[in-house]
Design a protein around this ligand. Structure first.
Ligand code: AVJ
Length: 317
């Protein structure tokens, strides 16, 4: 095997499925098929975060604008913008209130950015857009010299996928790329009745299961493997004591598969688990703690009426 020619996906699968406690990083959910399944997840009634954030941005964007501690003109820099449906609500409200801003979405996928630009300009042709392709931090480094204040967006609750130390590291990197007084608006899922969280990640339609099974499909097609998908189940567990949803693929029997690309065999015991995702639910106290720890201060939390989710507005100290 020539390790130097492996893709990052191949290397990470090799590491994760050879580990004592098997895991697959959750960023690999989002190939084209996985992104389509995630769009179905966002449409499920059980998956509350999407509706919550839509409610917040539809109803409170005026208040968000009023809470920004700088004046027009400013930049809105968005990390991982998706289809822009929710952000659009906010941009529209900002325009209606006469704000002067440039919207700078950053994504590694040129295709996603093109679609976003089409979407935004067709509905809000007045928005000044300056999309940037590439890695968040590379783009950040090249922006540092400007005098214009920035509002950074990290929406949708993606921060919940990171372990505490990784989340802190990411936020410190964001912080390092910001000027004093720049602000960050970040979606974070809140702790709530455990039944509600449990249902959102263990849905009766089997869509979250399909989302997870897609990881095994990717291994089969991209790493030329022979995994029998019928021999794996899906399990989701919410621990209300620490706010963590963990999802797993479970091997239904003692089995093995072979990957030609990795030139390697992988063995599973009966009932052995592969950890596929962490989705952390926060308390407001944890949110202010994380802000302090990473060089920010919470300015205000914008929550939906049920207090299931917050778009938390932070300022760089
Ligand atoms: C895209 C990370 C916000 O954690 O709720 C949805 C991903 N995983 N259902 C989340 C996800 C299972 C989602 N985020």
């Amino acid at each position: 095997m020539n390790t130097s020619t492996l893709t990052p996906f191949a290397e990470d699968i090799l590491e994760g499925l050879k580990a004592e406690e098997k895991y697959i990083p959750s960023k690999y959910f989002y190939d084209d098929n996985g992104s389509r399944i995630f769009m179905q997840i966002m449409k499920m009634p059980e998956y509350y975060p999407t509706g919550c954030e839509f409610e917040i941005l539809t109803g409170q964007s005026g208040n968000i604008l009023d809470s920004l501690q700088f004046k027009s003109p400013f930049n809105i820099v968005e990390f991982g913008s998706g289809d822009g449906m929710k952000t659009r609500q906010m941009l529209k409200a900002f325009l209606d209130k006469g704000a002067d801003f440039t919207y700078i979405p950053i994504d590694i996928s040129q295709e996603a950015l093109d679609a976003l630009e089409k979407n935004i300009t067709s509905v809000l042709p007045e928005v000044k857009m300056n999309p940037k392709t590439g890695d968040y931090f590379e783009v950040l480094e090249n922006m540092q010299d400007t005098k214009t204040p920035n509002l950074f967006l990290f929406m949708g609750g993606n921060i919940g996928n990171y372990l505490h130390d990784e989340a802190a590291e990411l936020l410190k990197k964001f912080n390092a790329g910001m000027k004093k007084g720049d602000m960050l608006l970040m979606g974070m899922d809140l702790q709530k009745n455990p039944r509600i969280v449990q249902k959102a990640y263990d849905d009766p339609h089997g869509i979250t299961k399909a989302f997870n099974m897609n990881l095994l499909k990717r291994i089969n097609t991209e790493l030329d493997a022979d995994i029998n998908l019928d021999q794996f189940d899906f399990y989701s567990f919410y621990n209300p004591e620490n706010g963590e949803v963990h999802t797993y693929l479970i091997s239904l029997k003692k089995q093995r598969f072979y990957s030609k690309v990795l030139d390697s065999e992988f063995t599973f015991d009966k009932d052995e688990m592969i950890w596929t995702e962490l989705s952390k639910k926060f308390s407001l106290q944890e949110i202010s703690g994380l802000a302090k720890e990473t060089g920010f201060e919470v300015v205000k939390n914008f929550m939906d009426c049920r207090h299931y989710f917050t778009d938390t507005l932070w300022i760089k100290k």
